[in-house]
Design a protein around this ligand. Sequence first.
Ligand SMILES: [Ca+2]
Ligand SMILES: [Ca+2]
Length: 131
Amino acid sequence: MNDDGKVDIYQVFIAMAVFSAGNFDDKIKSLFCVFDLDGNGDIERKELSCFIMSGVFGLCKMTGLPQPSTMGIQTYTVAVFKEIDDDQSGIVDYLEFEKWIKNSDPIQEFLLKFTGVQTFERSVRRKNEEF
Ligand SMILES: [Ca+2]
Ligand SMILES: [Ca+2]
């Protein structure tokens, strides 16, 4: 949650990236597949909007935060899409998506933070399995 009341979409990414198995590149690939609802290999704006909408609402439900307005999410989606769509072609291909994830400081920071937590939990689980 940011100061202006907007839900931080990056937290949705992190939740997904952290809880899925595999290395970072695999995670980006699975994220891309989740976004690409019709599976045509590109992310269209309506797909991103769908994802953000369900992601944000799901997150709010999970955390008990108040839900932002649909209008607010749509405005946010347009801004995010513009940011990802590097060549402004109106569609996001995998390379643009990958570049965006890898160059996004907030995502990297959260990943580092949450991956550390996961590593700890994993080591605990591994230890338990030894007995
Ligand atoms: Ca698509
Ligand atoms: Ca593009």
